[in-house]
Design a protein around this ligand. Sequence first.
Ligand code: EPZ
Length: 419
Amino acid sequence: MDRLRIAGGRALRGAVTIAGAKNASLPALAAALLSEAPLTLRNLPAVADIGSMIGVIRALGAHVEQSDPHVAHIDAGTLLSQDAPYDTVRRMRASVLVLGPLLARFGRARVSLPGGCAIGARPVDLHIKALASLGAEIGIEGGLIVANAAGGLKGARIVLGSPSVGATETAMMAATRARGESEIINAAREPEVADLAECLIAMGARIEGAGTHRILIQGDTAFRAASHAIIPDRIEAGTYAIAAAITGGQLELTHARLEQMASVAEVLEATGVRIWPGDRGLIVEGGGGLRGVDITTEPYPGFPTDLQAQFMALMTQAEGAAMIRETVFENRFMHVPELQRLGANIALQGTSALVRGGGRLKGAEVMATDLRASVSLVLAALVAEGETVINRVYHLDRGYEQLDVKLRRCGAEVERLRG
Ligand code: EPZ
């Protein structure tokens, strides 16, 4: 397994190209299954999770051509299977997003329960309830979600118990093929949900209100050949913004969109970081001292849970303390013991972590556990004294395109050790 060796202490300077959003690409790849007509997706990030999802839809019979890792030409006109087995789904829980499209198009689907992951149990009960609202007969049999809708799905009012991103996406995709109109109440408002709606609209769907808590979908879509460019990845952009802040450098984040990162920009500016729009994206400048700022992670437009670990790394360098409360996932502090190995002063209290900043981090050997925890270790290593070796960097490769290359180009001393 590859490792990263990082020598800390360099201020990052230069430009970073922000790739397409992983969490907009995954549902868009699943949405391709809804249509007999071809779909071209552009600006896909070249990361492992995209390859996994392409493997999932290929296993279902879709033809996918990739002349370039950032583009996929998908033809799901002649799907052969509606079964996504455990071995496929357990590798990447987002595979569960194929459930809605398969059920809506073929009237049946069997998709393995994804199982939990490092950050929590992550049930899919809200996905199942949404499909049941559309008239599906759906249950769990032997670890599989078994869904049937012999007469097709019927448009309905779907009220989500909580604004789940995935359940909103499942409901929206399935509703495009239901008979009549559907309304999703308490929908997730993430930009990735809005981007999926844009992709579906390009494919012929009629959707209003995506990005708000109420989404209206007309069913009986006549799907057509379409092309869609994925939005930039706001979490990757936030990660590099924190890299500029923690090293006291300055980075231009090409393609980053401030309007998708308002809560992140507000918090970073409160710590003393300077952020302003540049010609090609966002410019972020650190240096000049960091203040401790308390955060609570929330569904969009609140502070994103996917940047909580990265922000915690930053707060280890702030003057004073910061209280970090995680409200979205129940176990998203796997990075804490590893940051403590680097000398961070962090006290866990239930779903909160109190970070006492000001201490000097010292390089050590650490272990990556999940995607965002891994990158928080990279950020800490960039400022730690001496050398840090991060094991199991395959976690990073799931969601960050060429992280080591991008960091090296901005002056970081980082080496990938093949092994
Ligand atoms: C999406 O996951 C993202 N993944 C996650 O990013 C992100 O952290 C999360 O949204 C929150 O923003 C993708 O888009 C592929 P949720 P998702 O459904 O859809 C509970 C990353 O690092 N819940 O909004 O799974 C759930 O357990 C990943 O890129 C139910 O209880 O998130 C969690 O506590 C990590 N029942 C909360 O809701 C359900 O049926 C939010 O989950 C569904 C979710």
